[in-house]
Design a protein around this ligand. Structure first.
Ligand code: SF4
Ligand code: SF4
Length: 397
């Protein structure tokens, strides 16, 4: 494993971190953690040299923190930099800070967090942070030894990002960044700005919710022609580690194969190692993806559960897969799987999460929760138009 500076903290962080938003799950139960497999994977990642563990209260319907705490018992806790996040979307008064921190420490079976982040700050979350004196609460928790480093994760635009960065002397920031998102959210300018202030920059969504692991056919042929042989995942990860501003790239690795491959990628990583030709190949991939992505969903699940049972990210994955394959015989199985998503509320399973786009009532509840600002009900109509029984042409938004 390669290690990098964690901003100006003096801590050496592994180039690859484990994101516990996408732990191994039970078959046909998309959010339910397969606990034995998850514990095995978490411990194996520490054994392979990963020392950065990221989780959050809502991940896996609140179970991610509990399972991570279970996996880190028995001597693993001391080997890692443990990170979770204050759920700003649930904070409505000053006392909520201690309420959630107490619960999270208890679930994680620890007395302290190495880093505590304000979760998914945007303009609204930032106003709440100021209104409820959250910085003062963070500093008090730090003084009490319950938190070492203070930071925030971010989902909004560059001007908001700069404003938040300038508001406090943060230790850490977590941003969405990958070769498709250099101009979105915090952007490359924000990445450089935060790193220039000595903050540790943690990268989330390095594969854009898995999208960059499954390139369209046209992109695959570009990779086949390249002299450098790499998997699509390796191309995406090396792009990030090539940048000096990046401290750690967190990846949600759902099985041991992904863990092994990503650790091997991290072993080969380094700042400035990509050649001009390699960066040119990535530029070609960017152009191809731009033509093919219909909905920029990262499968983060923040919009879930939908009260009407729509499996929002799965519906969008089918739409994007159809667009990127762009061939009738490839799209037949995708359309077939789409139609297997439950189309009647009576038939939804216990978790009520495997519903088809047709179940959307356009209530709009999910829209406020989406960090990618996707107009979910409108995009779901496109899914049904493209993959449902009514076949209509889909326009890219
Ligand atoms: S708008 Fe549609 S998908 Fe979103 S929560 Fe309402 S019913 Fe579910
Ligand atoms: S629609 Fe938005 S909130 Fe829902 S999974 Fe996709 S990116 Fe996440």
């Amino acid at each position: 494993m390669k290690y990098r500076n964690f901003g100006s903290t003096g801590f050496n962080v592994s180039a690859l971190g484990l994101g516990c938003m996408r732990l191994p799950t039970q078959r046909f139960r998309i959010q339910k953690i397969n606990v034995p497999k998850a514990v095995e994977l978490i411990r194996a990642s520490v054994d392979k040299g990963i020392n950065y563990m990221d989780t959050g209260l809502p991940y896996h319907l609140g179970e991610s923190e509990r399972v991570l705490g279970q996996a880190l018992a028995g001597g693993y806790r001391e080997k890692v930099h443990l990170v979770t996040k204050l759920p700003m979307f649930l904070v409505n008064r000053e006392s909520d800070f201690d309420k959630y921190l107490d619960r999270q420490l208890s679930k994680l079976k620890t007395d302290y967090l190495d880093t505590y982040l304000f979760h998914a700050l945007n303009r609204g979350g930032f106003e709440k942070l100021k209104k409820f004196n959250m910085i003062e609460k963070m500093l008090a928790a730090q003084k009490a030894g319950r938190i070492k480093y203070i930071g925030f994760s971010f989902h909004d635009t560059l001007p908001v990002f700069r404003e938040i960065v300038d508001y406090f002397s943060w230790d850490v920031v977590q941003i969405q960044y990958n070769y498709m998102d250099t101009g979105a959210q915090a952007t490359t300018e924000g990445l450089e700005y935060a790193a220039g202030k000595g903050m540790a920059v943690v990268i989330m969504e390095p594969l854009k919710g898995g999208m960059l692991a499954n390139p369209p056919a046209e992109a695959l042929s570009v990779l086949e022609k390249s002299d450098i042989k790499r998997s699509p995942v390796d191309w995406a990860l090396q792009y990030l580690w090539n940048r000096p501003e990046v401290s750690v790239v967190i990846s949600g690795m759902g099985n041991m194969r992904m863990l092994t491959e990503n650790c091997e990628s991290a072993d080969r990583s380094g700042v400035g190692i990509l050649t001009g030709d390699e960066l040119g190949t990535i530029n070609e991939l960017i152009e191809i993806y731009r033509k093919n992505i219909i909905v920029p969903c990262t499968a983060c699940q923040y919009c879930m559960p939908c009260s009407y049972g729509v499996n929002i990210p799965q519906n969008f994955a089918y739409l994007n897969n159809m667009a990127s394959r762009n061939a009738f015989f490839h799209n037949v199985p995708i359309r077939w799987n789409f139609r297997k998503l439950v189309r009647s509320t009576k038939k939804l399973n216990a978790e009520k999460t495997n519903g088809n786009a047709v179940l959307c009532t356009e209530c709009g509840v999910c829209v406020k929760k989406c960090p990618q600002f996707i107009n979910i009900p409108e995009e779901l109509k496109k899914v049904n138009a493209a993959a449902g029984r009514e076949k209509k042409e889909v326009q890219q938004s």
